[in-house]
Design a protein around this ligand. Structure first.
Ligand code: ADP
Ligand code: MG
Length: 251
């Protein structure tokens, strides 16, 4: 039984089909890699799956629900979350506060309202704060807990993005280019954390330009080209596929 089922999803801008009848499935606990040259439609596919840009045609099912037209925060509540290619941290908030903000309710109510707090609300906030600290520890970000997120390195910002989505107890995480602008040591570190989370049962789809890192991480790989799926299957076989090599060389 699939956790995520994308059926013939199309997303167009004007007359241009950025994603053109793409279908894919993700099993519970699976780690799927999606590669493809710039402009292939990878981020647009994520936006369709996570709800920022719902599809113009096709259907998306997650955990038995039809989520095709669901708002992003309602998809998140079902356990489907994403990160962005360009990290969207709150630059002037600390790392810890960034995680707290992710847990705040999607209507934008403030987590900390000093004046009208019931005891149960305070207890709830203490639990959220402790949860954020646990996640920072797991991601090796405890050292920068109280540092403003805007001053972090590219790789640390990617980890904060991951931390923010972990606050939502996801079943499936979509990572958009987690290694872009990240130094090789931190790439390995991010891979390790993703493997650990995956071993705990969280499914992933990882979009990546960096083919070697993606190949070593993925159970299965898809290569996209001009809005369509060009090849799919075992990571080694997919990257050796002449059509894939041609797309990368020609692109
Ligand atoms: P990738 O993530 O694979 O690099 P994208 O999904 O970002 O590719 O983009 C796919 C194509 O759709 C590109 O040609 C891009 O210019 C176009 N595109 C993406 N978003 C928009 C948008 N909001 N408006 C118009 N065109 C867009
Ligand atoms: Mg992209």
């Amino acid at each position: 039984m699939s956790l995520l089922k994308v059926e013939a999803v199309t997303r167009q801008f004007g007359g241009f089909k950025a994603v053109d009848e793409v279908s894919l499935q993700l099993a519970s606990g699976e780690l799927l890699g999606i590669a493809g040259t710039n402009g292939a439609g990878k981020s647009t596919l994520f936006a369709a799956i996570a709800g920022q840009q719902p599809p113009d045609a096709g259907q998306i099912r997650f955990a038995e629900h039809d989520i095709t037209r669901l708002a992003p925060h309602r998809r998140a509540r079902l356990g489907l979350v994403r990160t962005f290619q360009i990290p969207r941290e709150f630059k002037s908030l600390t790392v810890h506060e960034n995680l707290l903000a992710a847990a705040a309710n999607p209507q934008g109510e403030r987590l900390f309202n000093a004046f009208v707090q019931t005891r149960s609300l305070r207890e709830h906030e203490a639990q959220i704060a402790a949860k954020a600290d646990g996640i920072l520890q797991f991601l090796n970000l405890a050292r920068v807990r109280d540092v403003k997120a805007g001053g972090l390195s590219g790789g640390q910002k990617k980890l904060v993005e991951l931390g923010r989505v972990l606050m939502l107890d996801p079943r499936c995480i979509l990572l958009d280019e987690p290694f872009a602008g990240v130094n090789p040591v931190l790439i390995e570190e991010i891979c390790e954390r993703v493997r650990e989370l995956n071993a705990r049962g969280i499914a992933f789809i990882v979009i990546e330009h960096h083919l070697q890192a993606l190949k070593s991480l993925s159970n299965r790989m898809i290569v996209m080209d001009r809005g369509r799926i060009l090849a799919e299957g075992d990571p080694h076989r997919v990257l050796d596929d002449p059509r894939v090599q041609e797309a990368y060389m020609g692109g």
